[in-house]
Design a protein around this ligand. Structure first.
Ligand SMILES: [Zn+2]
Length: 256
């Protein structure tokens, strides 16, 4: 990410935070202030409970992996027969880098995108210590979010009426028709929208903290994509991916 881009994103985030703050204050929604129910005692037990509540379609299990040992093992197992050691080490390092702000994660490997298989999710210590994750239901909501990522890894990127699998994604990437960063941002926007849709419909009763946290990220990501769209920087395939998310989560886009 270059400096200008970082600055633009930073500025957008500030605007988004201010915007949401006012909106929420005006509404004066009645949310119970839950006491922190999630803790570092028996992490795996809490993750299993959240999994049972969320009932994700595309996740095999949530694995507590504070030191990345399980993630490393997973990457190595998947890449071993196809990639040189150098690439495997790079992927292992990247797995640590790409997840700031993500306390749970699905490990994406292009080669496997669209293979039809469910994915494991790896959870970090910060998930349990985060001030935005108060209850088991909050972890279930984060699981809803990861279920979208796992679904896109399983079936390919969701373009509403079709899916784009790993090979097509790589071809588009190499030809410069999509940018990894923007595709990731739009994928995130979709995962946040799905998560919010469940909260807004009352299917997931999260803490106020988590709801506001997810709303802030949604508004921020949407603002980022909309800005590029307005500036004419957004590539046609990226715009198509964005429109697919708008169509699928129409009511969330209308509310925020
Ligand atoms: Zn995500």
């Amino acid at each position: 990410m270059n400096k200008l881009r970082k600055f633009i994103i930073g500025a957008l985030l500030t605007i988004a935070l201010i915007g949401i703050g006012t909106k929420v204050a005006n509404k004066k929604e009645e949310y119970k202030q839950p006491t922190k129910e999630v803790s570092l005692d028996n992490p795996q037990e809490q993750l299993d409970k959240a999994y049972q509540i969320s009932k994700p379609s595309n996740i095999t299990e949530i694995i507590y992996d504070p030191e990345f040992n399980e993630t490393d093992r997973y990457i190595r197992g998947k890449m071993r027969n196809y990639f040189p050691e150098e690439d495997i080490l790079k992927a292992i390092q990247n797995a640590r880098k790409v997840s700031p702000g993500h306390n749970m994660g699905v490990q994406g490997i292009f080669r496997y995108m669209g293979d039809g298989e469910k994915r494991p999710v790896f959870a970090r210590k910060e998930l349990l210590t985060s001030p935005n994750v108060m209850t088991i239901e909050d972890i279930a909501s984060a699981t809803d979010h990861e279920d979208v990522h796992a679904g896109e890894e399983r079936y390919g990127l969701d373009f509403y009426d079709h899916r784009k699998k790993g090979e097509e994604f790589l071809t588009l990437l190499k030809s410069g028709k999509i940018r990894t960063e923007m595709m990731l941002a739009i994928g995130e926007l979709g995962a946040h929208a799905y998560q919010l849709n469940k909260i807004q419909r009352g299917e997931r009763k999260t803490s106020r903290q988590l709801k506001e946290h997810v709303e802030r990220w949604f508004v921020y990501l949407k603002g980022m994509v909309e800005t590029e769209k307005a500036q004419g920087i957004l590539q046609p395939v990226e715009q198509e991916f964005y429109e697919a998310k708008r169509k699928r989560y129409d009511s969330v886009f209308k509310k925020l």
